[in-house]
Design a protein around this ligand. Structure first.
Ligand SMILES: Cc1cc2nc3c(=O)[nH]c(=O)nc-3n(C[C@H](O)[C@H](O)[C@H](O)COP(=O)(O)OP(=O)(O)OC[C@H]3O[C@@H](n4cnc5c(N)ncnc54)[C@H](O)[C@@H]3O)c2cc1C
Length: 477
């Protein structure tokens, strides 16, 4: 048993001894759950509070490693009834560190990580604490895949609820476009199912509105026929960055939906399988994935070779889970993070000139600037059909500084900040919420645009006291 102070209590000038009289006890919580209840002093505490971004050093009062929906419900009730801050920890990738807090409660879902595939309906049941690697592993044996991101250690929940951009976006839409239903524990402790037929307002909000509406304990996704793809990276001389970016733009704007490619300024990692002469070199890159007939892969990617011999052509036939985890090693847990992002309707000449000025100055090899296409199937969903509003944008760029040494923080922040300050005036106004870091309410509103008011009303219905506020927060109307 442990005890601590609710967050709304004022600081106590008389110190810790007097505080003990107004503390909250975890005894009731421990009796109500089957998972571990971890408090400061427990040998598991430091491990349990650590998140992906090493700059986050929060000290929650209690972390509950939930094993089932009943544990989640009991923990939601406990946080609400004791007026404590509440975080939900999915994959913990969010650079803002929303998965943890100081002095409050954390619902840690990582033990709820089962995946069940129904090959007959090509649907997949995914528990709320899964990582994308768990899903790829389970679906691959049936020749199926769910649209996700490009790193397999990212959490399903945070990525899917914010949108979800990756190798299958152009073929099958955003991850949230493939959500069929979700089980959600709401702020009042009820479990609801959200789908096109049940609680359809909640279902609308979950597809892009993030973790604002409750704890999703189970997702049902539509999967697609994807087993082995033709793809990988092309590296080009960084001096040709603007021409490569135009090549990428023209290639992907006209490509069939089975083709996805993203542009990157990156530093070639100092490791196999990259050729020694390219390691640590800054390059312009196009990373592609063709999900159509495999034998057509080389032909479909030929324009990326014809442009002029790339420094490296790393394309090959690859099992989808291998492509989806190919860059995991470059972005391990424990780096420092700083991110900025925008949507853009088009890659215009002024934007390309700004990229050419700042992109090549990447400070560390873990950092990069990526431009993802969000057209193809993602464009065939209306901008008010789901909470994700920017359906007419063709691209989203993200400048992500990731670096091991905290001493490099200033240099990395400066690179991102200067780069973004110059890009932003020529962008569409908002950003993909999952790429946003240290942003304010105005920026969140700009990212949901006309959908914000509807989201705020749904928030008021399901979470009127804003219990779920550690996210890109939508304030109850
Ligand atoms: C290395 C790296 C690579 C990335 N690559 C991509 C990419 O390719 N494509 C892309 O679209 N995004 C990508 N992202 C961004 C990613 O989508 C977001 O950071 C996302 O928030 C991570 O989700 P998570 O579950 O891992 O994180 P968490 O930090 O655990 O959670 C993120 C948010 O979701 C909430 N949440 C978590 N679980 C639940 C739940 N079960 N129910 C309700 N709310 C919940 C949390 O409270 C928090 O507000 C990447 C991030 C990193 C760090």
């Amino acid at each position: 048993m442990s005890s601590f102070k609710p967050h709304s209590q004022p600081p106590n000038p008389e110190g810790d001894t007097a505080l003990a009289t107004q503390q909250v006890s975890t005894e009731q919580l421990e009796a109500a759950v089957r998972g571990a209840v971890i408090t400061p002093g427990d040998s598991r505490y430091d491990d349990a509070r650590r998140v992906y971004n090493a700059q986050i050093d929060k000290r929650p009062a209690v972390i509950v490693q939930c094993v089932d929906d009943a544990d989640v419900t009991a923990t939601v009730n406990f946080a609400r009834d004791n007026d404590l801050d509440l975080s939900i920890r999915g994959g913990s990738h969010n650079p803002n560190g929303f998965a943890v807090n100081d002095d409050g409660v954390v619902i840690d879902l990582r033990l709820m990580n089962s995946v069940h595939v129904d090959p007959a309906t090509k649907t997949v049941r995914v528990q709320g604490g899964c990582l994308w690697g768990d899903v790829d592993h389970a679906t691959h044996q049936f020749g199926l895949a769910v649209p996700s991101g490009i790193i397999s250690t990212t959490g399903v929940a945070g990525l899917a609820l914010g949108g979800g951009i990756g190798y299958l976006t152009r073929k099958a839409g955003l991850t949230c476009d493939n959500l069929i239903s979700a089980d959600v524990i709401t702020a009042d402790g009820n479990r609801l199912t959200a789908s096109a037929n049940e609680n359809d307002d909640l279902y609308w909000a979950l597809r892009g509105g993030g973790g604002n509406f409750g704890v999703v304990t189970s997702f049902e996704f539509q999967a697609h026929d994807v087993h082995t793809v033709f793809g990988g990276p092309f590296f080009y001389d960084v001096k040709k960055g603007p021409e490569v970016m135009k090549l990428f733009r023209d290639f992907i704007m006209d490509a069939p939906d089975d083709m996805t490619a993203f542009f990157a300024y990156l530093i070639v990692p100092p490791a196999d399988p990259f050729p020694a002469e390219l390691q640590n070199k800054t390059v312009a890159a196009i990373i592609c994935a063709w999900t159509g007939p495999l034998e057509k892969g080389p032909e479909m990617t030929q324009p990326l070779r014809d442009f002029g011999p790339p420094l490296m052509d790393g394309t090959a036939e690859v099992p989808f889970p291998a492509l989806n985890s190919a860059f995991d090693g470059a972005v391990p847990e424990g780096l420092q993070h700083y991110w900025k992002a925008d949507f853009v309707d088009d890659l215009t000449d002024p934007l390309i000139a700004t990229h050419a000025k700042h992109g090549p100055n990447i400070p560390t090899f873990e950092s990069a600037m990526h431009i993802y296409p969000v057209n193809g199937a993602a464009h065939r969903v209306g901008k008010t059909d789901t909470a994700w509003s920017y359906r007419e944008a063709n691209f989203t760029h993200v400048i992500a500084a990731l670096f091991p040494d905290p001493a490099d923080t200033e240099a990395n922040r400066e690179w991102v900040r200067n780069y973004w300050d110059e890009l932003s005036p020529n962008s569409s106004g908002g950003a993909y919420v999952n790429f946003m870091h240290e942003e304010d309410q105005e920026r969140i509103k700009a990212s949901y645009r006309d959908n914000y008011d509807r989201l705020a009303k749904i928030k008021a219905k399901y979470d009127p006291s804003n219990l779920f506020h550690l996210n890109q927060n939508i304030q109850p109307a």
